[in-house]
Design a protein around this ligand. Structure first.
Ligand code: V47
Length: 383
């Protein structure tokens, strides 16, 4: 994939006291691909400003001064989950206190509730429910499309797709085709966590493994569904595990070109089985954005999800490699069950303010990164 340079600004030259960064800087300035060792050296560097400077160089080459956001709404139809992942505070076993499963009418009503601003995207993820039939999820999507025909449906992680395929006795491709027919437009990037088996056994033993996640993404892209990709960091993984994760994503992207956005997700430990792990620091959060931008040379977009790293850090990250801060969200459950102290949603005007105060130009996008123009309760997408 090649990108047109959007930067018009003359650059100052690169400066660092960290000698390990010098050959990496030469490669970045020449537009060359970085290696596994380069990735590890970037993670190990204490010179966050130098690493960020390089990531910003790439970010501005691709997107100039533009920073993207969208007006979206999250819907989590159920928190009942068979998986019991140690990383998760959201999922509950069937019959446990605090479980919920939305009736279809309830899910459709939820979609319409919250802010008055017309949303352009529904983001739908949930637990791996042992009893809900495949048709529940298809009816959910079909019902949303009937009620909100203009809204893009970004639904079901690779983990949910693989689970629904198994339960419905279908192949992954058949499952994805059925989802597409029902109205799913693209897939979110969740469930990727860290691909290395050693780590997966500790944090999410009952989920599909890394190669199954990547295969499911590959299949989705091949049948024309684009997706995002995430990486969960700040738990028991090391620098090598993170670089390995990034390179595996980069390899699939070379093959399919189907990933839209990379989103590093900061681990929230509260109420999980890994509650003894401290929360991520600002340094680590900025590193993930910057190293992600530098290693994933074939991804167009790097998202700093404000719910994860806080609105303040998301704003700063627009100078450290990120070009997107996600959207209004309206109602977030997964990180709030795990102790997130951010608001559950944000108004459009507040996202615009964060971006503007970072000295960037806000660009309201739809899920496919097309421009959105709007009045409060309706919108138009540029095609
Ligand atoms: O897959 C679960 C993660 C993901 C915790 O595609 C946790 O645009 C931190 O993938 N601490 C779901 N993370 C969310 C997700 C996402 C979010 C925003 C945008 C997009 C997109 C995707 O959240 C899960 C898992 O990796 N997660 N528990 C936790 N305690």
């Amino acid at each position: 994939m090649s990108f047109e340079s959007k930067s018009t600004r003359p650059r100052h030259s690169f400066q660092t006291d960290d000698k390990a960064l010098l050959p990496i800087a030469a490669k970045v300035e020449a537009g060359e691909r970085l290696s596994f060792e380069d990735g590890v050296a970037l993670y190990r560097s204490g010179d966050i400003l130098a690493v960020g400077w390089l990531a910003n160089l790439v970010r501005e080459r691709l997107h100039g001064n533009t920073a993207y956001f969208n007006v979206n709404r999250h819907i989590n139809p159920t928190n009942v989950c068979v998986a019991s992942c140690r990383l998760c505070a959201f999922g509950r076993k069937k019959g446990e206190a605090g479980t919920y499963t939305m009736a279809l009418e309830e899910a459709w009503e939820t979609a319409a509730s919250g802010y008055s601003e017309a949303v352009t995207e529904f983001h739908i993820v949930g637990g791996l429910h042992p009893d809900l039939p495949f048709e529940y999820f298809m009816d959910l999507v079909r019902g949303l499309k009937e009620r909100f025909p203009k809204v893009h449906i970004k639904a079901f992680t690779m983990v949910e797709v693989a689970f629904l395929a198994k339960r419905g006795k279908m192949t992954i491709a058949q499952t994805l085709e059925r989802m597409k027919e029902a109205g799913v437009d693209s897939l979110p990037g969740g469930g990727a966590e860290i691909f290395a088996d050693r780590i997966r056994h500790i944090i999410c033993d009952h989920k599909i493994d890394g190669s199954e996640w990547l295969d499911t993404a590959r299949t989705a892209h091949k049948i024309g569904l684009r997706s995002n990709a995430t990486m969960l960091y700040g738990h028991v993984e090391n620098d090598e595990d993170r670089v390995d994760h990034l390179l595996k994503l980069r390899a699939v992207q070379d093959e399919t070109g189907g990933f839209q956005t990379f989103i590093p997700l900061a681990f929230h430990p509260d109420n999980t089985a890994l509650a003894h792990i401290p929360r991520t620091t600002g340094m680590l959060d900025m590193k993930q954005i910057a190293v992600g931008r530098l290693m994933l040379d074939n991804f167009s977009h790097i998202k700093s999800y404000w719910q994860m790293v806080s609105p303040k850090m998301a704003q700063i990250s627009l100078r450290f490699g990120a070009d997107d801060i996600d959207g209004t969200v309206v109602e977030e459950k997964i990180y709030h069950d795990a102790g997130a102290t951010t608001p559950q949603g944000m108004r459009r005007k507040d996202l615009v303010r964060l971006i503007t105060e970072a000295g960037r130009e806000p660009f309201e996008r739809d899920t496919m990164y097309r421009a959105v123009t709007r009045s409060e309760d309706t919108f138009t997408v540029a095609v």
